[in-house]
Design a binder for this molecule. Structure first.
Ligand SMILES: [Fe+2]
Ligand SMILES: [Fe+2]
Length: 325
């Protein structure tokens, strides 16, 4: 049997437990939070007062931190790209009501609240040039991305495990930095989003764990391959008006490093935590090339630490067009 057929079989085996997966890792819609729970209600008398408070507190946030928040929002808003990619993975059939396609729809439905909530907050904050931000969002969806996973479910679940952990970290950090300047509303907003990301991360990590039990060598090879290629951020094609595809990403990522919202060190820590969670060290029954892939991923954190010591983050803030003049 070739590796593609085995992958389909593995996907079908996991799919049999989809009802359990959905209840374990996703929340019922009726009781789940909605953006409106965290934003002022325009029907209320004190709406404008609350907006004034939002604007006063937004002014107190550092330029870089606000830039990162805008970049995070645009990343969340490019959700159509992520849904389309997940639906196209081998073993996911969007014409089926249940199973993997149900996971993709339900995950998308939860994620969709993130961009909605952040976008509305930024609009109310009075600190953003909304047209510029919206143009970046349209560009990002228009330009798409290449995660280097192909249609492979194994590579894709490595990517999503990694990425949900990364977004958990960055939203969590923005939450705690906002709290420091007394911006409790924004802290709450980023906190609830971070909690969703953590739950999603647990789901994707469990999928990989399950695959390691069923098809260890191929899963290990996929892991090694993704780490060799490096996990790119979903917004790696980010740009602003007048810019080329991807020209803005380095500036966004530098701002995230300067504010410590998401750093190279976090990348390494995510990798280390996944090695432990998947118990990579003790997986048995690997073929020769999978053994080599294991050696590679096990040694990678130390190697990345050495490289990261030599890396310098530019200290000068970049002038994003996203800010109101
Ligand atoms: Fe999200
Ligand atoms: Fe997410």
């Amino acid at each position: 049997m070739n590796s593609s057929n085995v992958r389909l079989e593995v996907m079908q085996t996991i799919e049999k437990t989809m009802d359990e997966i959905l209840t374990k890792y996703l929340k019922p819609i009726e009781t789940n939070w909605q953006p409106a729970d965290l934003l002022p209600d325009a029907r209320d008398e004190n709406f404008f007062e609350e907006v004034r408070e939002i604007q006063a507190l937004a002014k107190d946030m550092s330029y870089d931190l606000f830039a990162v928040l805008i970049g995070d929002t645009i990343t969340e808003e490019a959700l159509p790209t992520y849904e389309a990619w997940l639906m196209d993975i081998e073993g996911v059939n969007q014409y089926e009501k249940k199973g993997w396609s149900q996971w993709v729809r339900a995950w998308t439905a939860e994620e969709n609240r993130h961009g909605d909530l952040l976008n509305k907050y930024l609009y109310l904050s009075g600190r953003v040039n909304m047209r510029e931000m919206e143009t970046s969002t349209q560009y990002l969806i228009n330009d798409g991305f290449d995660l280097q996973t192909g249609r492979d479910p194994y590579r894709s679940f490595i990517y999503t495990s990694f990425q949900e952990l990364a977004t958990n970290i960055s939203h969590r950090r923005v939450a705690s930095l906002s709290k420091k300047t007394g911006n409790h509303r924004l802290a709450k907003i980023c906190g609830v989003i971070a909690a969703d990301e953590a739950r999603h991360a647990r789901a994707y990590i469990s999928f990989v764990k399950h695959i390691l039990e069923l098809d260890a060598s191929e899963m290990m090879l996929a892991f090694g391959d993704m780490m060799k290629k490096k996990i790119v951020m979903p917004a790696h094609c980010l740009r602003e008006t007048g810019g080329e595809i991807g020209s803005l990403f380095a500036h966004f990522s530098d701002a995230a490093q300067r504010t410590m919202v998401y750093t190279t060190h976090d990348y390494i820590e995510i990798l280390e935590s996944l090695l432990v969670k998947w118990d990579i060290e003790n997986i048995t029954g690997l073929n020769d090339s999978a053994e080599k892939a294991r050696d590679y991923v096990m040694a990678l954190p130390k190697r990345l630490q050495r490289i990261s010591k030599r890396m310098k983050v530019p200290q000068k803030e970049y002038e994003f067009k996203w800010f109101a003049v």
